[in-house]
Design a protein around this ligand. Structure first.
Ligand code: GLU
Length: 438
């Protein structure tokens, strides 16, 4: 069998929609799964709408998702994509072939393709055999001389020896025209695989660029892990049938194949995407997490992590298991690096709603100074001891203590956080919780 060659063929429209990203991803996965070649081809014959900036959105998005392409014209040692706008000569040659075969004719200034008049059956790898109505003759060059999508799409698939066309189900209705063209050129048909649409969360209609979470740029800006986004996108229309969802890319590459692609439309779920992000963050090796953590903090001018590598590593290790996303990470760790952290109003409300936090705070101001070795176990033992003496639960001390040292109601485990902060800072903070008495 010939080696797999697949392509992603976007029209540069100014954004990188998750539907396009998912099409790119499925092609890339299939290429990697089969050891084949992944081609990037920019379908930019509709010149008015396309420009360099639009293209960069796609290229940057693909790079961010780790979808590297395997060939193309050499640009400074890298592969550039193929551009249809640079392939006019090829299209003219192919038009000539059709003319010679009597399959193209001029009408109203445009060039039309003469169809076979036969019914075509599409053997789709996902949708099975789909019989189509006969096509009518259709234009392949506009009166302004530019070639039409169906024509250039097929000519390029022939020239680039594409073996598998994997694309959105919305192209199913074009396939008949494409099969007609392949046959007119006596070219072998690629294996078609149309992949289900991505619907809005409520199931009403296709995700549009205006829907929240629809653009890959959004995830980059919010510091999502590309691995997490990619993992989630894999599952929009593909089912690994192994009851697992959070997967490593190498595992996905191994499992990805057409039988796993489902016919039913997928539904986008923003919460699930966020959950994947959290899971991937928590599963990162500590060094990798530390890199991301530093990058996330860098943009916060009021956080200076200082130069104590051991301290920084401890803080990151403590916070990684509690990090929901990298966007909110700086506000979670700020209190470790600065005394100028905010006291959260909602946290305060929560802490002061129950029990007698001010009394507990006063007691903590006596208990903690007496703890000599300021380790998590010793701190806990001292608080537990004081609680027992007063007939209180140890946990009654925790909300106000956490609030006093961090300004928050949640965050990393409290005892290790106190140990990491160190006795001086903790004592200073519990002695001066500014808003506590208000
Ligand atoms: N340029 C088309 C699109 O963006 C490509 C269709 C195809 O993959 O064949 O939808």
């Amino acid at each position: 069998m010939s080696k797999t060659r697949v392509r992603f063929a976007p029209s540069p429209t100014g954004f990188f929609h998750i539907g396009s990203a998912r099409t790119a991803l499925f092609n890339w996965l299939y290429a990697r799964h089969t050891g084949g070649t992944f081609v990037l081809r920019i379908e930019d014959t509709d010149r008015e709408r396309n420009n360099e900036e639009y293209l960069n959105v796609i290229k940057d998005g693909m790079k961010w998702l780790g979808l590297d392409w395997d060939e193309g014209p050499d640009v400074g040692g890298n592969y550039g994509p193929y551009f249809q706008s640079e392939r006019d000569d090829i299209y003219k040659k192919f038009l000539e072939i059709l003319r010679q075969k009597g399959r193209a004719y001029d009408k109203d200034g445009a060039v039309f393709f003469k169809v076979s008049g036969r019914k075509q059956v599409l053997h789709d790898a996902v949708y099975g055999d789909v019989e189509r109505l006969e096509e009518k003759d259709f234009p392949i060059f506009r009166s302004n001389g530019t070639p039409v999508f169906h024509f250039v799409n097929v000519v390029d698939d022939i020239c680039m020896e594409i073996t598998n066309v994997i694309r959105g189900q919305d192209h199913l209705t074009n396939t008949n025209k494409h099969i007609e063209l392949f046959k007119a050129f006596d070219a072998p048909l690629p294996q078609f695989a149309h992949i289900p649409l991505i619907l809005k969360t409520d199931g009403h209609g296709k995700m549009s660029k205006r829907d929240r979470g629809a653009l890959i740029e959004e995830y980059r800006q919010k510091n999502f892990l590309p691995d997490a986004v990619r993992n989630y996108l894999c599952l929009l229309g593909w089912n690994p049938k192994n009851d697992r969802e959070i997967m490593d890319i190498s595992e996905i590459v191994e499992l990805f194949d057409f039988p796993g692609i489902v016919k039913s439309n997928a539904r986008f779920d923003e919460r699930k995407m966020a959950h994947f992000n959290t899971e991937h963050i928590r599963a990162l090796p500590p060094e990798k997490f530390a890199e991301l953590a530093r990058a996330a903090i860098k943009s916060e001018s009021d956080i200076d992590v200082g130069s104590d590598g051991g301290y920084i590593a401890k803080v990151f290790a403590l916070c990684q298991p509690k990090a929901a996303n990298m966007e909110s990470f700086p506000s979670m760790v700020r209190f470790f690096f600065s005394d100028e952290f905010p006291y959260d109003a909602a946290a305060r409300e929560k802490v002061f709603r129950k029990g007698d936090p001010l009394a507990r705070l006063a007691e903590l101001n006596e208990i903690l100074p007496a703890v000599e070795d300021f380790s998590r176990d010793a701190i806990y033992a001292a608080i537990a001891d004081a609680a027992a003496k007063r007939g209180l639960k140890t946990t009654e001390y925790f909300p106000i203590l956490r609030y006093a040292v961090s300004g928050m109601a949640g965050g990393p485990d409290l005892m290790p956080a106190l140990e990491t902060l160190g006795k001086d800072r903790v004592l200073k903070r519990i002695a001066s919780v500014p808003q506590a008495a208000e």
